[in-house]
Design a protein. Structure first.
Lengths: 215, 215, 215, 215
DNA sequence: CATGAATGAGAGTTCATTCAT
DNA sequence: GATGAATGAACTCTCATTCAT
């Protein structure tokens, strides 16, 4: 399974939210432009002026809605949050078959990672630079890990998973495994066919937890 | 097991190497100062002037030996290479007990990561920014993965590991798992006691490969 | 006669042209300031910061309109182009009296050279340093030469000029003669009274072409 | 005829002249290297360090013999002086045939210019930058002009040249004509075959002075 | 609200010149 | 004399941010 992005961080908008319709349009244009520019140039090389130009507004207008590059980046990230929330997953949480659950989680995570690969790389980059985003990333990972740890613990309790494993560390390790390989494949360009990747990750999870040996 | 840093990258010094004893001292002072400043301020916030000042030389002297921050960073990384080479590992490559081998590899990797944690984080940061270092990191990882894939294949052939696993993908996933958790623990500050961590990783490897089911 | 500056080189402004009235004022102030500073300090010793200060703007504002010293120098030169275009000359091109034509050309050239002497010297200096301006100067000279060569050829055909002369080389030589002496007088300070200079150059042209011997 | 370089300017060596044989060798190597580097890179882009390297000596050694780039440039120029002095010309000064005299002067000048074209361009460049060299160039030209003016005056007195010409201005103009066209051909690359050039210049001189009409 | 020009601190970089060895 | 490393003043250029219109 994979990192849980957690609930969308409430945008503590430092600047006022737009009140007019025109304001909404401008703000939205800026956020869209920022995503384009960030994905094209990376966070560091993206200039405020470029974002404004891409949005078709004057440079100064940027500051009507955002205080800094970090702030608009947060807005961009928030826009993508929903897509990363794996809504289908929740429905299956009641599912009794751990293998099906693992498959769904891995599949969902990899698909949504693929859809937003460029942005995920950006997020990684910014997390290396900015404490706020590092913390944000940590929180997402932690939520993920918590959920997986809970699942492992439940499986151990019902005698379906290796009882010797430390459930929290295992959850961390296995979540990290999926997150890392997604990064390698969709951002560094390592070529692994999708089905093959999902299948292997499922096997590794199942084996690691000894799911099939303790019926 | 964990990423193999591979052989030390030859320093393609663009500026001339020092020819006098004094020059050697200055160059070394700069590299040491750079490590200090990078670890303190991060790569981006480190200024050439600060590195020079920390080394006790004039700002211009930096350019006697290096062309850029990237170049001195490379020199810093190269200095640490040796420590990351796990020399003990090779000796045990002939070892017949896969569990012992895995334990040694994980243990070595985590220890050397811990010793150079700050620098590893820096390396990660720079790899997110600079293509040259991204590629360097990729190469290290690939060497690691190759070695692990070979081991997995051998174990499969001798009937001691799950034959259904794709050895290359499994190697990638499991190597990534170790690398990622090392980063979490030693750079993001997730608290996991060392022995506990090693033991759990060993278990996860052993389970994932189904080492104990095919005697 | 003398070098033809040719049509004004279109300003391939690399930075954006000003869009507001204020912007126009600032840009114009910079160009004026540049001329002042260049004429005072020469091209090499002129610093961007001095030009900005002379224009009464911040140093950084220079880069709103120009990318380099070369570029603002081009703008300065272009501003002076018009004055160097000898508009009166064209009107007399139909003139039938070659002596009057030559007198007009020499007189016009020397007068406009005198008016812009400092700038002409600068232009010469920069042409010695920068290929773009060397080429620009070459083009101007060539246009001049072409025109004079055409005149010589016509005079030869109508039997009014020495038929033994190579018209192109003669045009080059005589054009160069005027250009060079203008430089000597107005930039190196060789003292020759204006009328005397014009008269002598006219005589030399007339004699060199043998105008008065072939009626 | 053409600019007279005048007598070699005494090198007011600011640094001591070399006393040892080794010193002589080093100094000579520096001057030779300087010529190479100047001709390759131009005066402005030539760095002291490059000259020293080209000479195969340490950067600091430069200052054992020269105080500045200007000073070593003067040494380079002085080395070439002799070649520019047209020794053959003097022998023919007694020659009675003005046409032969003019031909010899133009021919000699153009040939020596061609031989040292790159250096002449350099000299021109430096004269645009440095007052000392501007003055040096002016003096050379003046000597040339004086000699030609004297010749013109003599021809006028003996009734063999146009008596209406101002001899000094004519000398300046015609000397400049040759100097300028030599520059165009050998430094700007305007293509004129040598014999054609000499012949045309001779004709222009002869015509301009009306040599053949006043027997 | 939008505009787009102005600001100016701050970093990188060069290289002539000095000087201890 | 020769070496080559150290110096540091000087200058360019960038761009986030402000602000008058």
């Amino acid at each position: 399974m994979a990192p849980d992005p957690g609930p969308a961080t409430a945008a503590t908008a430092r600047r006022l939210a737009p009140r007019s319709r025109r304001g909404h349009r401008t703000r939205a244009a800026l956020v869209a432009a920022a995503r384009t520019v960030f994905e094209r140039d990376g966070f560091l090389d993206a200039r405020i002026a470029d974002i404004a130009k891409e949005a078709g507004v004057a440079a100064g207008s940027f500051y009507t809605y955002f205080d800094s590059k970090e702030e608009i980046f947060r807005a961009v990230v928030e826009e993508v949050q929903e897509d990363m929330l794996h809504p289908r997953l929740r429905e299956r949480l009641g599912d009794d078959d751990p293998l099906a659950l693992i498959d769904a989680a891995n599949r969902d995570y990899l698909l949504s990672y693929k859809r937003n690969a460029r942005l995920m790389a950006l997020f990684e980059q910014v997390a290396q630079i900015d404490d706020e985003f590092r913390e944000l990333r940590r929180k997402r990972g932690a939520a993920f890990v918590r959920r997986n740890a809970k699942m492992i613990r439940r499986l151990q309790e019902s005698g379906r998973a290796d009882p010797d494993l430390d459930p929290l560390i295992a959850a961390r390790a296995l979540s990290g495994m999926v997150g890392r390989i997604a990064y390698s494949v969709y951002n560094l360009g390592e070529r692994i066919p999708f089905e093959r990747l999902v299948t292997t990750l499922n096997q590794l999870w199942a084996n690691a937890l000894k799911l099939d040996q303790t019926p």
